[in-house]
Design a protein around this ligand. Structure first.
Ligand code: ADP
Ligand code: MG
Length: 255
């Protein structure tokens, strides 16, 4: 049996009050794939990531993560709504990195990384520490383990945030404009860490305006506008030879 897609969205809709923000998202992301989501502000990229991560409930269509319908548990032929604990358990498998790093300011880099494994997974403190140091090394910050967020640059904080997400052993990582709040000279280090994750086989959905990253690292690129995927495919096609006027107009602006 082949592995199910890591994410499958079919005609996913989402409303805020009367306004339909996602108007029918179709997208498939295979295990090990890096998918970049592009699109103008307000096109629904963040909302879609929040739906995948159980932070928003969809209003229509179907959304699966790793073969499981988001928000529901199947038993026999019947679907049951997930209870809060089950949602929390599924959310542990999904790492999310935001534009703003949201580190705990009163904890060191190491403290930030070990917090969830100890509290949520029940990992022994020493084991969590050993793993956290390994992760901080992986993001190039071994020597900053004892620094507080306020002593770190934005790029370093974002790399700690990535290490913190990885400490939960996610099967899927969601990135929502992870470099948009950074000074330009700090962007490269964060993208390099993400590139490393991609090389190691992590499944990633990355909302970004970094076209170089999309072209070089992504297996697929999806262009969203008005709450739908207007066009998706290999980066060389979508970025190099867009078929839709809306994609072309967007790329003309960002490239
Ligand atoms: P993007 O990330 O592509 O910029 P978003 O997903 O953040 O787009 O937003 C899509 C649309 O949904 C926007 O029009 C935004 O104003 C609206 N929106 C997002 N979150 C909410 C919310 N919590 N309540 C009402 N409207 C929202
Ligand atoms: Mg957004």
């Amino acid at each position: 049996m082949t592995h199910p897609p890591m994410v499958r969205a079919e005609a996913v809709t989402k409303r805020y009050g009367p306004i339909e923000v996602l108007t029918g998202i179709d997208l498939v992301v295979a295990p090990g794939e890096v998918a970049c989501l592009l699109g103008p502000s307000g096109s629904g990229k963040s909302t879609f990531l929040r739906c995948i991560n159980h932070l928003e409930r969809i209003d229509g269509g179907q959304l699966w993560v790793d073969g499981e319908l988001v928000g529901y548990r199947r038993s026999g032929d019947r679907l049951h709504e997930l209870k809060a604990r089950e949602v929390a358990r599924r959310r542990r498998d999904i790492g999310m990195v935001f534009q703003r790093f949201n580190l705990f300011p009163h904890l060191t880099a190491l403290g930030n990384v070990i917090e969830a494994p100890i509290r949520v997974l029940g990992t022994a403190r020493e084991a969590a520490r050993v793993e956290a140091l390994r992760l901080l090394e992986r993001v190039g910050l071994a020597e900053k383990a004892n620094a507080y967020p306020g002593q770190l640059s934005g790029g370093q904080q974002q790399r700690v945030a990535i290490a913190r997400a990885l400490a939960m052993h996610p099967k899927l990582m969601l990135f929502d404009e992870p470099t948009s709040a950074l000074d330009p000279e700090l962007v490269g280090d964060v993208l390099d860490v993400m590139k490393g994750l991609a090389t190691d086989g992590m499944t990633m959905i990355v909302v970004t305006h970094e076209m170089g990253f999309a072209r070089e690292v992504a297996d697929s690129v999806a262009f969203l506008d008005g709450g739908v995927v207007v066009e998706a495919g290999p980066p060389a096609e979508v970025l190099g030879n867009p078929r839709h006027d809306r994609t072309r107009a967007f790329l003309d602006k960002v490239l």
